[in-house]
Design a protein. Structure first.
Length: 255
């Protein structure tokens, strides 16, 4: 899942690191050196690398040079979880989601999904977490103009059958039901990909929503303690957690 934000408090993405002068020209052209704070124009730069990556180190030098020479006019800010500090983010009504958003430094606001649109529109919350379809199907893109891919949650859809019913099936019937479940998953995943792309196109071109990639690892580090607290409180989920981590590692190797 991702964070959908109303205002420009989540910074804009710059895909590649250029030389200092070109970099400044791109920022000026893309973000307009966005807002004004205490008489200074705030230049916000985002990237998808870790804080030890050469790209980040180069941007720190960029920030240093600009502020040494134009510090009375400009302040350069570089896309971390710290940008969420002070924001009110709607979460699902679960302790895990509340603790996760708190770990990011934001204020968690549990509420029903049907209340989110109005809450963003009226400024009760600054943003929410959801998938791309919420922007179009639920019109959140009308009131939330920035969509950050921090990928903090993956919520699976599970098809669950009554055990008594499943055990009543003969071998042929059970095989057919399992094949039907497999086909159902294939169709859903294909339809999901298609609808996400369609939603992004509508959100970008018709609603003015900007999609932003962020450094996922930094967000992951922020919730490491939250995950461990959940495991300590619920030892029965350790096997599932370990299995998910194994799948994650296998997936990374195929990328």
């Amino acid at each position: 899942m991702k964070i959908i934000v109303k205002g420009n408090k989540i910074i804009k993405r710059m895909k590649k690191f250029f030389a200092v002068l070109l970099c400044m020209a791109v920022i000026a052209g893309m973000s307009g050196c966005s807002s004004v704070n205490s008489g200074k124009r705030i230049v916000r730069i985002s990237h998808a690398q870790s804080e030890t990556h050469p790209e980040h180190l180069g941007l720190l030098e960029f920030k240093k040079y600009i502020e040494e020479n134009l510090g009375e006019k400009y302040e350069v800010q570089i896309d971390t979880p710290d940008d969420m500090k002070g924001l009110k983010i709607r979460v699902q009504q679960s302790p895990a989601s509340v603790n996760m958003v708190k770990a990011f430094g934001a204020a968690a606001s549990p509420m029903g999904f049907g209340e989110v649109y109005t809450a963003i529109q009226q400024g009760v919350i600054d943003g929410s977490e959801n998938n791309e379809l919420a922007l179009t199907n639920n019109k959140h893109g009308e009131v939330a103009k920035y969509y950050s891919y921090n990928k903090h949650q993956m919520v699976p859809d599970m098809l669950i059958g009554n055990l008594k019913f499943l055990n009543s099936l003969n071998d042929e019937e059970r095989e057919i039901f399992e094949e039907a479940a497999r086909l159902s998953t294939e169709v859903e995943m294909a339809a999901w990909d298609d609808q996400v792309e369609a939603a992004k196109e509508i959100a970008q071109n018709e609603m003015g929503v900007e999609f932003i990639d962020v450094d996922v690892e930094v967000f992951k580090d922020k919730v490491a303690n939250v995950q461990q607290e959940m495991l300590d409180a619920n030892p029965d989920i350790q096997d599932i957690y370990d299995h998910i981590q194994k799948i994650n590692e296998e997936y990374k190797e195929t990328e």
